[in-house]
Design a binder for this molecule. Structure first.
Ligand code: TYD
Length: 209
């Protein structure tokens, strides 16, 4: 494995694409198979990260795009160093909502910064760490919006962005997946949760084979 003895799986996709549901289903399945699973997320997978999460998601008023990118990168640096690497070194499965692909998609394409620079910044922050598998739950922004509306939760700063922003995010994700087909599993997130879970399990089983 590129990441040490453990296995590192990240879930990516737009807001409302169903990442949390799939992460929960996969975690249960892995635990039932006797694996130790560390469920984590960015931003906010560490104590320092919780503070950063509060700023990036709930600060009232604008944050300069480069400052936003650095805040996510700072969260990532601390999270990878203190949560992800130690768990992988213990041989555990790290199951993580969002990682550097989120930054390339949201800060790069969404905020119109240079995607390659954002990726380099994240790789610097994480000392080059890349997951063994990244599951991309692909969903049209209009369909995602319907799901977010029905969830009846107040929108955070990113969710509140227009469909046009989320369309750029989606296109960027698909381009990232096309560039690294061996790391990505791309799934149509309009499929049923059970169908999606089955496809993910098949790919994850291959990781352990
Ligand atoms: P998430 O935890 O998925 O939100 P929720 O708990 O509401 O489902 O993600 C928080 C937001 O942060 C999401 O809109 C995407 C955004 N984000 C970035 O813009 N860049 C990043 O690098 C990361 C990790 C997240």
């Amino acid at each position: 494995m590129t990441s040490g003895q453990g296995v590192w799986i990240t879930l990516e996709g737009g807001d409302g694409s169903g990442k949390t549901t799939q992460a929960n289903l996969l975690a249960t399945w892995l635990e039932d198979a006797g694996r130790t699973v560390v469920r984590t997320r960015e931003p906010g997978g560490s104590e320092v990260g919780q503070l950063i999460r509060d700023i990036v998601l709930h600060h009232r008023g604008d944050i300069a795009p480069r400052a936003e990118a650095l805040l996510y990168a700072a969260d990532r640096a601390h999270h990878v160093a203190t949560v992800v690497r130690p768990a992988l070194a213990r041989g555990e499965v790290v199951l993580q909502d969002r990682y550097l692909d989120s930054s390339v998609a949201y800060q790069g394409a969404g905020r119109v910064l240079d995607g390659a620079e954002i990726r380099d910044l994240s790789l610097w922050a994480a000392e080059g760490a890349l997951p063994d598998l990244t599951v991309l739950l692909d969903l049209a922004p209009e369909a995602a919006r319907v799901r977010l509306d029905s969830a009846d939760k107040p929108f955070d700063r990113l969710e509140a962005e227009k469909n046009e922003f989320h369309a750029r995010v989606r296109d960027a994700y698909l381009a990232l997946a096309a560039a690294e087909p061996e790391r990505f599993l791309v799934l149509d997130a309009s499929a049923s949760p059970d169908e999606l879970a089955e496809s993910i399990r098949t790919r994850v089983e291959a990781l352990f084979a």
